[in-house]
Design a protein around this ligand. Structure first.
Ligand code: SAH
Length: 452
């Protein structure tokens, strides 16, 4: 097999990245945008020692699950992975990915509960971060990064976003043309605007616009506010976020509000949730409610002490506060902790407290203080939990139940495997599709302490 060869491949599997894979002359060939069972002619684009990457030239046998993508930039933008198949097929892939990963990496042999799929798979995202730059001809680019790159794919609208986000981007194009605002270049490290970050509270309709800039201020603030709020009256606040660092991390630490209060308010699981720019919030509110309901069912928090590690703005723990004895939340971002404390107060929740700390360190300190939670909730970032944290929870805190929420099946499986070595058993798991049409899938797992 050589580069540019056209070979016939039967697609026999789907990778965790969502690419179809088949074999040719014993070698694995990855062909994106294919579906298991399909037979395609693929052009070989890249040849490695043990595998190759190809691109569809022609589909010889079409899957009955194949549909026409309804997005113009689907094959350029790195956002969606499954727009070429119906949603049932996507859910089946995600279910199998969770189930297989738990088995393969964690050696956990359970049949997960059915995946909780989204009813609305369009315009569900409550958050978008658009990189801003110039192309080689000096033309303004606002959009998304292409897969595994920092090349911006410019676009007018995205099928996963509510219409207000499209309007905000349109107005920002006009503002940039009208004002003295420059855009940031990752090569020269100069220029002002780096990212346009927009959030919508779906329950209240409130919108936040946050501009990530390579400075402390912008010149025409009033014009910006006027243009944005005129076009989108639901904008309740506009914030500038300073990020002068040469980094891939989108947000800097400092925010300055130039319009409104600096936050928006959503309603989630019946609770008023205040959101400031630096606080994490699940990107799909409707699905987050299903996820939290499942986490609550697993935690069964009645009269229990619940430790909510990696708690963000406190959301998961607070939904359990009505029946739990006490909630202790731990989160490393100070602004999120502040939101969590205010979220408890504005919902009249008195049995919750929050610590701003590293989860592993805080767990050690709490264990030393003699705190023995009945349930520990874990909801770490993609890289999963610290080994030290797993040891502290499993060996020193010894809760009866651990409820682990994760957006990465691989690190979830690894960590559940470690908990199983330390006296816990995975009792149940439910995949939840927080990210329809993309390769991502969320999962919540219940582990119980095995009693001797
Ligand atoms: N449970 C929350 C947030 C989950 S996202 C929710 O459902 O909305 C993961 C959170 O972990 C983020 O808020 C992030 O800021 C926080 N985090 C990351 N590393 C951490 C650490 N070492 N210790 C404590 N919190 C951490």
């Amino acid at each position: 097999m050589n580069k540019n060869d056209i070979v016939t491949i039967e697609i026999t599997g789907i990778t965790a990245e969502g690419s179809g894979v088949g074999r040719h002359e014993g070698m694995a060939v990855f062909v994106p945008n294919t579906i298991e069972g399909e037979v395609v002619q693929a052009r070989i684009l890249k040849l490695q020692k043990n595998f190759a990457h190809g691109k569809i030239e022609e589909i010889l046998k079409k899957s009955p699950d194949r549909i026409e993508s309804d997005c113009e930039v689907y094959h350029k933008c790195g956002g969606c992975t499954y727009r070429h198949m119906n949603y049932e097929a996507e859910c089946a892939i995600k279910y199998n990915r969770v189930s297989d990963t738990l088995k393969r990496i964690g050696k956990i042999d359970i049949v997960p509960e059915p995946i909780l799929g989204g009813e609305d798979i369009k315009a569900y995202r409550n958050k978008a971060q658009f990189p801003v730059g110039m192309d080689e001809n000096g033309k303004l680019q606002i959009g998304f990064y292409a897969e595994r790159s920092h090349r911006i794919v410019d676009f007018d609208s995205c099928g996963l976003h509510p219409p207000e986000f499209t309007t905000v981007v349109k107005v920002m194009r006009e503002y940039i043309a009208k004002s003295s605002m420059t855009v940031y270049s990752e090569t020269t490290k100069r220029g002002l605007l780096r990212h346009i970050y927009v959030r919508k509270a779906f329950a209240t309709g409130e919108i936040m616009v946050c501009l990530v800039i390579n400075s402390n201020r912008i010149k025409e603030e009033v014009l910006l506010t006027e243009m944005l709020t005129r076009a989108v009256p639901a904008i309740k606040t506009i914030v500038l976020n300073k990020n002068k660092a040469d980094t891939n991390v989108i947000l800097g630490k400092d925010c300055r509000t130039i319009y409104g209060t600096g936050y928006i308010t959503d309603v989630l699981c019946g609770l008023q949730i205040k959101l400031s720019p630096l606080s994490f919030y699940q990107v799909n509110s409707v699905q987050a409610e299903k996820l939290y309901a499942k986490a609550k069912e697993y935690a069964d928090p009645k009269d229990k002490t619940v430790l909510d590690l990696y708690c963000g703005a406190g959301t998961i723990g607070l939904t359990m506060a009505d029946s739990a004895k006490e909630i202790i939340g731990v989160e490393i971002i100070p602004e999120a902790v502040k939101d969590a404390i205010e979220n408890a107060a504005q919902n009249n929740i008195k049995n919750a407290r929050f610590l701003c700390d590293d989860a592993a360190g805080a767990a050690e300190n709490l264990a030393k203080e003699g705190i023995r939670p009945d349930v520990v909730l874990l909801d770490p970032p993609r890289k999963g939990c610290d080994q030290r944290l797993i040891e502290t929870v499993a060996e020193k805190m010894t809760p009866d139940q651990i409820v682990y929420v994760s957006c990465d099946p691989a690190t979830l499986a690894r960590d559940c495997g470690l908990f199983e070595e330390k006296g816990y058993q995975v009792i149940a798991a439910t995949p939840v599709d927080l990210f329809p049409r993309t390769k991502h899938v969320e999962c919540v797992v219940l582990m119980s302490r095995v009693k001797e």
